[in-house]
Design a protein around this ligand. Structure first.
Ligand code: 4AD
Ligand code: MG
Length: 466
């Protein structure tokens, strides 16, 4: 009897040496020695390790098939599980039978040959890039962090709410939304109708959501601690290393809490995630630090071991105005900080994570709680070195009269927000929340600074190839 296994199972140390095992995988690389032995490194993506298969010329297909194996071939191997006599790997498999499931057509042209490929090149072959050690490594870390976040929140009595992806409201008020429509744009007769969207699927204009927050707030105002974790969409025409048109966001909403509470909460949550990564992904991080960023452990520890820098927006403006750095954007109280300003604060001035709070009301969304000074809102942005903003949040405006004024200032029609306003009419409560860009977080943790490399199939302007 052969025990069907994965490489991750073999690496647990729980499989008995000399047991007969069966394993499937793809060839990373292979070496055929003159002594009639082939060494085949096999991967199956289940963990960071490959396993070495020792195949000797006694196998009946040795000459006819095994000698022709190339990188990328898929194999089913039956064999004996052994300790490796060499120190390079702990275990290896002495093959009793090797079945070639799939050959590589024209090996010279195989896009994922064993040579080193740039991440940029790999983006062009996104359908095959998870075969590389780097991409599969990021994918495993990402999966485990997502699970860890669910567990973390579950233990803290949060409920996962599945907010809709199709919406009729622009949460952030930026208007950069993708339209969802079943109207046939090629048929111009629709233009004759004064309100063509009455004829559309939902009977009104609909879009892909930029944030689940407004819907999430309805559950926070009844179930207290809730979160949503899913894809969000932004039709911004920004082709930067930090922007995707489709990305995943974790949004947390906490009833009976204020800005200070969520600032403390996100610090605890991020530290918990970073600690988890160090505890459970040491192998992966050490691999990525060899391949991508030799400073990776330091960067993770820096966030983990220090108290977060928390400063008011006005203080940030003062720091920037008084520093000797030359910026290309002016520093004006009341305007948004540009990425160069944020980078100065995180990379140079504090050399660590920074939370900026109490932004001017005009540069933030309508739903943020208006502070007593009437000029600022109880908002916060969490900024990481190299990455910039990874999370944004606020205390929510829970006073109906002020919310209505803010909607007016933003030229938003309060009737469109009737259900959101109802929360303020029926048993309103102070509540606060934030949204964390999942890919930006993964970017920092893995040291992969192009966000397009931490999502399987990136969507960016003019790019939805796969
Ligand atoms: O700051 P944002 O726009 O906040 C919101 O959407 C709030 N409704 C969240 C809330 O309070 N519930 O977006 C939150 C985070 C950003 O800090 C950033 O990390 C990420 O989402 N993000 C993007 N990530 C990748 N590509 C983009 N185009 C992104 N836009 C925002
Ligand atoms: Mg923001």
């Amino acid at each position: 009897m052969y025990l069907v296994s994965s490489i991750s199972q073999l690496m647990t140390g729980k499989i008995k040496i000399n047991s007969k095992i069966s394993i499937g995988g793809w060839v990373r690389n292979r070496r055929h020695s003159k002594l009639g032995i082939s060494f085949i490194n096999l991967y199956d993506g289940s963990c960071i390790h490959d396993i070495q298969i020792i195949a000797n010329n006694k196998l009946n297909n040795y000459k006819k098939e095994i000698l022709s194996i190339t990188s990328g071939c898929s194999l089913k191997v039956k064999g004996i599980f052994k300790y490796s006599p060499k120190n390079l790997q702990i275990y290896e498999i002495y093959a009793l039978k090797i079945e070639i499931l799939g050959w590589i057509n024209n090996p010279g042209k195989y896009p994922i040959s064993p040579k080193k490929h740039s991440l940029k090149y790999l983006r062009e072959v996104s359908h095959l890039r998870s075969r590389t050690k780097i991409i599969s490594c990021i994918t495993r870390i990402k999966h485990n962090i997502a699970l860890h976040i669910h567990n973390f929140l579950h233990k803290k009595n949060f409920f996962w709410i599945n907010t809709p992806l199709i919406t009729t409201l622009d949460t952030e008020g930026s208007g950069k939304m993708f339209r969802v429509s079943t109207l046939d744009l090629s048929k111009l007769e629709y233009k004759k109708h004064t309100n063509i969207f009455k004829k559309d699927f939902f009977g009104k204009e609909a879009f892909l959501t930029v944030s689940g927050q407004l819907n999430l707030e309805t559950y926070a105002c009844s179930m207290s601690r809730v979160y949503t974790f899913g894809p969000t969409f932004r039709a911004e025409n920004s082709n930067t290393k930090r922007h995707l048109a489709e990305f995943w966001m974790l949004e947390v909403e906490i009833a009976f809490s204020d800005l200070k509470y969520i600032i403390n909460f996100i610090e605890k949550m991020l530290k918990n995630i970073f600690q988890y990564v160090l505890n459970f992904h040491e192998n992966e991080i050490s691999f990525l630090s060899k391949k991508i960023d030799k400073n990776l452990f330091n960067k993770i520890n820096k966030v983990l071991l220090n108290k977060f820098n928390v400063i008011e927006y006005t203080e940030a403006i003062n720091i920037l105005k008084n520093c000797k750095e030359k910026f290309s954007h002016l520093i004006i109280w009341g305007e948004d900080l540009s990425i160069e300003h944020e980078k100065y604060l995180t990379n140079k001035y504090f050399n660590n994570i920074v939370i900026i709070y109490n932004y001017p009301k005009n540069i933030k969304a309508f739903y943020m709680y208006l502070n007593n000074d009437k000029n600022t809102v109880a908002s916060m942005d969490v900024l990481l070195p190299d990455i910039g903003e990874i999370a944004g949040g606020s205390q929510r405006e829970n006073r109906i009269n002020i919310l209505d004024k803010r909607l007016k200032e933003f030229k938003l029609n309060k009737n469109d927000y009737w259900w959101y306003r109802d929360l303020r009419k029926y048993g309103t409560i102070p509540h606060s929340g934030f949204g964390l860009g999942f890919e930006r977080l993964i970017s920092y943790i893995t040291g992969i600074y192009n966000i397009k490399d931490v999502i399987p199939f990136p969507r960016t302007p003019y790019n939805a190839k796969f």
